[in-house]
Design a protein around this ligand. Structure first.
Ligand SMILES: [Zn+2]
Length: 341
């Protein structure tokens, strides 16, 4: 199945009339009651990472099939690499750790759900509890499946493209950065020369005298298919829980939207916490609360976990962790782009 380019149909945008907003206090109460019976699956999207300084998608979509992505991804990775979980990630991690909502399905490729619970859960537990529907920016594989550490890949690109390495270092030192999308893609000015950008080949393949083994982050780009294994696992997670909580997503990708439809078909209660129109607005039988997760989710979890939240040192730490970082403003690139080697 293909990951569709994320857009919300115009009809949905038009139909999403101003819903009456509820007060944060009412929302906390409502969402806490949704979680209290336990066994809740969680589905997240770009909205939960905005408070980590990673802005949600906006504007032109579908650029990811562009071969120029390789260069933009090289420049766009450092901000995602350096991003830290915010209070929403940590609140969801507390629900995972407390077995109220043990499984998160995320459309995000930033790895922040992993970072949030890393201190409490080992690799195996995180692999079981977090399904990255569209992959992760943090690992790289060649077309023959050889893994390469992401930072090593960055370093290899830097060695092969010294002029772009110098540019990237200037960007990191400057306060402003090119607009970065949640998938680590950046917007570069028109006229950027991509033709001399060199993507290093897989060294293991080269040792085996195999050429053109392209290295690529393990991200499902728009237009690519998610694996049958990941798709099946996503449905399994919905099936094994009694209800579905959706946060910070417009549900614009089909791989997420069909999970919601599946939950409804199975008559599972579904609650959406998100600002603005979502594709869930097309569906009957879904409760939608239009508030930013960052404003209320920690309070929700504190309520749900009650005195455990204070007694358990891990949970209490999760519920006091995370800072809010505002995504940087768009800027007009003040640093001259490399023009030749
Ligand atoms: Zn290889």
């Amino acid at each position: 199945m293909r990951v569709s380019v994320p857009t919300i149909p115009d009809a949905v945008l038009r139909a999403a009339t101003q819903k009456p907003t509820v007060s944060p206090a009412v929302a906390v109460d409502r969402i806490a009651r949704f979680f209290e019976p336990g066994n809740v699956a969680v589905l997240t999207g770009a909205g939960v990472s905005v408070d980590s300084g990673i802005r949600a998608y906006r504007g032109e979509k579908g650029s990811y099939l562009n071969p120029n992505y390789k260069l933009r991804s090289y420049l766009g990775y450092p901000p995602v690499r350096d991003a830290q979980p915010n209070p929403t990630h940590f609140a969801l991690a507390a629900l995972q750790y407390a077995s109220v909502a043990p499984h998160i399905i995320t459309q995000n490729v930033d790895g922040l759900h992993h970072k949030a619970i890393r201190a409490a859960w080992d690799d195996a537990k995180r692999a079981e509890g977090i399904l990255e529907l569209h992959g992760t920016l943090h690992s790289v594989k060649c077309s023959h499946g050889h893994p390469v550490d992401r930072q090593s890949f960055q370093d290899m690109i830097g060695v092969a493209n010294p002029q772009w390495k110098a540019y990237a270092e200037q960007l990191e030192r400057s306060d402003s950065r090119p607009r970065t999308n949640p998938d680590g893609d950046v917007v570069l000015p028109e006229g950027t020369r991509y033709d001399q950008f060199v993507v290093p080949e897989c060294t293991r393949c080269l040792q085996e005298n195999r050429h053109n083994a392209m290295l690529k982050p393990e991200v499902i780009f728009f237009g690519e298919s998610i694996s049958a294994q990941v798709k099946d696992k996503s449905f399994e997670i919905v099936d094994m829980h009694d209800r579905l909580f959706i946060v910070g997503t417009t549900l614009a990708t089909f791989s997420a939207f069909r999970l919601v439809k599946h939950a409804i078909e199975k008559r599972k209660p579904v609650l959406v916490l998100n600002i603005g129109p979502t594709r869930a607005h097309e569906l009957a039988g879904i409760e939608i609360i239009e508030l930013p997760a960052g404003a209320i989710l920690r309070d929700v979890v504190t309520r749900v976990l009650g005195s455990t939240a204070e007694r358990d040192p891990v949970i209490s730490r999760l519920l006091t962790s995370g800072n809010v970082k505002t995504p940087p403003d768009d800027y007009v690139d003040p640093i001259p782009l490399p023009t030749s080697r």
